[in-house]
Ligand binder design. Structure first.
Ligand SMILES: Nc1ncnc2c1ncn2[C@@H]1O[C@H](COP(=O)(O)OP(=O)(O)OP(=O)(O)O)[C@@H](O)[C@H]1O
Ligand SMILES: [Mg+2]
Length: 370
């Protein structure tokens, strides 16, 4: 085998001829004057067939206008051009390619020919499609898991009320008045819980359709009160003292009331879990005004006297699927849903915590403008 001088013209010819991307050259009319081996392999034409063709025959009809514009640009003033395009192969299939074209001119700067390297993007596009598909599936999976997660709280309340109702009906000593009072209270819990569930399913439907929720003025007293009401049995069962002196009709935001209930249900649920094995169990909820960057917010603080969160975990608790709870107890979605809802409302959430002392969540929500 003869050796080739690596700096010689012959070496460059071998390189271009065998280059793993298609390389071609066209004259000012667009007639193909050179193609390398890869061109035949990519397009299905023989080298001779290609050399008798005009480059325009290698593009699908609908992009010819853009091709013409690009070609003129290269001929007139551009020395280099990079575009994503499509070739039409002999069998009619379309091949996505990335073209890099160089204009070759003579000493008087008159255009002679192009020199183009075309990279086959089929593998890349396929991979991209897979990724987009996988990403969408993951997003829907996460959303569905979130829906199931949040349906659980109001559903539990309804099931519990159903049982309590049965018990009161079976209680021979209950007076008509007792039954009427209790039924009224139970009906309220059911209707509140159903409202929250409707909010959750609406959110899923709207996500699928890409619709934004209709926001309304919300008095923060209401969702906090609703969440405490729905959780009443669980809080009492866990011997938690609730401390809150939030006044009605004072703290207005613009948002979705049901989603706000969801937020507080998640936070109160976590607080209950964290205080499970503690001696003092106090849940404190407050709302105070704050101003940051000249903007007015309501700051809701939710404090518990629970086990606290280690420094290391404080940064991780808002991530989806992060949980320290045993299998079957926690999915790790609660706080990620909370922070998504707050972000959608133009707000934010952060926490302060000390192990064995307790945890405080600070929720910022923009004050409703007059
Ligand atoms: N008030 C709290 N006190 C102590 N740890 C908390 C508190 N709130 C959250 N955490 C920690 O953050 C983790 C994530 O909370 P998150 O609500 O996102 O999920 P989860 O409660 O584990 O499960 P899920 O809410 O899906 O049932 C919890 O597992 C817990 O370790
Ligand atoms: Mg939780």
């Amino acid at each position: 085998m003869s050796t080739v001088d690596l700096g010689s013209v012959e070496a460059f010819q071998i390189l271009v001829e065998n280059f793993p991307d298609m390389i071609h050259s066209v004259d000012a009319e667009g007639k193909i004057v050179y193609v390398n081996k890869m061109a035949s392999r990519l397009l299905g034409y023989t080298t001779d067939e290609l050399l008798g063709m005009n480059i325009r025959q290698l593009y699908p009809q609908e992009i010819l206008e853009a091709v013409e514009a690009g070609f003129n640009e290269v001929k007139q003033n551009k020395t280099e051009k990079q575009v994503e395009s499509q070739f039409l192969a002999k069998d009619g299939s379309r091949i996505p390619v990335e073209l890099r074209t160089l204009a070759i001119r003579d000493e008087q700067k008159v255009f002679i020919r192009t020199f183009t390297v075309s990279r086959d993007l089929r593998k890349f596009k396929e991979m991209q499609d897979h990724l987009i598909h996988a990403g969408r599936l993951a997003a829907i999976g996460e959303l569905a898991a979130g829906v199931v997660h949040d349906l659980n709280n109001p559903l539990t309340a309804i099931v519990m009320v159903g049982e309590l109702m049965k018990n009161s009906l079976d209680n021979a000593e209950a007076t008509q008045q007792d039954l009427r009072d209790q039924t009224g209270q139970f009906a309220e819990i059911i209707s509140d819980s159903a409202g929250v569930m409707t909010g959750i399913t609406t959110r899923l439907r709207d996500f699928a359709r890409g619709v934004k929720e209709q926001y309304q003025p919300v008095d923060l007293f209401e969702p906090i009160h609703d969440a405490l009401f729905i959780m009443d049995h669980r809080l009492r069962h866990a011997n938690v003292t609730v401390s809150q002196k939030i006044a009605k009709n004072q703290h207005w935001i613009v948002g979705d009331r049901n989603q706000m209930v969801q937020v507080f249900l998640n936070l109160f649920g976590n607080a209950c879990d964290a205080m499970d094995d503690r001696e003092t169990r106090t849940l404190t909820v407050e709302v105070t005004p704050v101003t940051t960057d000249d903007k007015s917010f309501w700051c809701c603080t939710v404090n518990d006297t629970g086990m606290g969160i280690s420094q290391e975990n404080q940064e991780r608790v808002f991530a989806s699927f992060f949980t320290t709870k045993p299998r079957g107890k926690g999915t790790g979605l609660g706080l990620s849903i909370v922070s998504t809802i707050l972000r959608e409302h133009g707000g934010s959430i952060r926490l302060e915590s000390e192990v064995d002392q307790g945890t405080t969540f600070f929720l910022l929500l923009p004050v409703k403008q007059e």
